[in-house]
Design a protein around this ligand. Structure first.
Ligand code: GLN
Length: 308
């Protein structure tokens, strides 16, 4: 539980401590449009369930949420579609990079989990089959989670990824050959790149993730986005699979369910207490924000909070 301490001062201390790390790491450039982001950006936003918020740095600047979007995709598929999503995607950590193809062939086209690319591509296929206009409905869903209206896709980022998304194309093709993709390869890829291109600030992501910290119940509205059991499962997958082949390290150092993206964002929750989002574009070799991981490690250490 959050103690009665000066949380603004905690965030400011963290901001100072991570400054030397901002020049380390590498901004993702395999999606050319992402390489334009300045490496020295850093922001944290903390939002509690009892409506206190604290921020530091560039926490109001929107960035490309990339794989953080996979949590929204899964929540929408599980909460809004009638089919059983977990028949088509497993829930085991992969221990491999987010864009790895190796397990897919010998596991017959069933991805290890929904938070690696292969898994999110299957979820995209499910959303495409279940909604007449999945692109519009998804962005409305994300806006609704955050209690906002202005969150949108970045078409330049999606187009930039489409031009060089060869591994994602390979995954969809392989899964289609095993019968685990219903729609056309092209349609699934286009929608997946759009989903990854959503732009949000730390503050906006914290609002959306606070719904997960609140067991899937809306705070701005009274909507129940997820049942208790659906929420529990998604939080468990964030805990075990949210950081690709660094999920163990994140649990060890930070101890919160969360999800990273190659845009340098990390969103995490302490159920019943808070959501916290950090952004720093320099990535470590596993594709997770280098200073962002450190900032969250410092945060849970200084506040003595974690799920354990
Ligand atoms: N759009 C990115 C990709 O498919 C998302 C990867 C990530 O954020 N880890 O490669």
């Amino acid at each position: 539980m959050l103690k009665n301490q000066d949380l603004q001062a905690v965030l400011e201390e963290i901001n100072e401590e991570v400054q030397p790390l901002l020049s380390e790491g590498t901004v993702a450039d395999y999606i050319p449009e992402l390489a334009k982001v300045k490496q020295d950006k850093f922001g944290i936003h903390l939002l509690t369930l009892d409506d206190r918020s604290y921020s530091v740095g560039d926490c109001d600047e929107r960035f490309s949420i990339q794989s953080i979007s996979k949590v929204f995709m899964l929540a929408m598929a599980v909460g809004e579609c009638r089919q059983n999503v977990y028949d088509r995607v497993n829930v085991e950590p992969s221990g491999d990079p987010f864009n790895s193809l190796v397990q897919l062939e010998y596991e017959q086209g069933i991805p290890r989990n929904p938070f690696i690319n292969a898994g999110a591509l299957v979820i995209t296929d499910i959303l495409l089959s279940n909604f007449p206009n999945a692109r519009n409905e998804f962005i409305q869903y994300v806006n609704s989670l955050a209690g906002l209206k202005s969150i949108n896709y970045n078409n330049a980022v999606a187009a930039s990824e489409k031009k060089c998304g060869f591994k994602n194309a390979a995954m969809v093709n392989l899964m289609k050959s095993f019968g685990n993709i219903d729609n056309s390869v092209e349609d699934v890829l286009d929608l997946y790149f759009d989903f990854c291109s959503v732009e949000m600030s730390c503050q906006e992501l914290a609002k959306a993730f606070r719904v997960f910290a609140n067991h899937g119940k809306g705070l701005v509205d009274t909507r129940r986005y997820l049942t208790e059991s659906q929420y529990k499962r998604i939080a468990a997958i964030m805990q075990t699979c949210g950081f690709y082949d660094e999920a163990g390290e994140f649990a060890f150092k930070v101890g919160l369910p969360g999800k990273s993206g190659v845009g340098g964002g990390i969103a995490a929750i302490l159920p019943n207490e808070y959501s916290v989002v950090v952004w720093s574009p320099g990535l470590n070799e596993k594709g997770n924000s280098l200073a962002g991981m450190k900032a969250l490690e410092l945060f849970t250490t200084k506040t003595q909070t974690s799920i354990f």
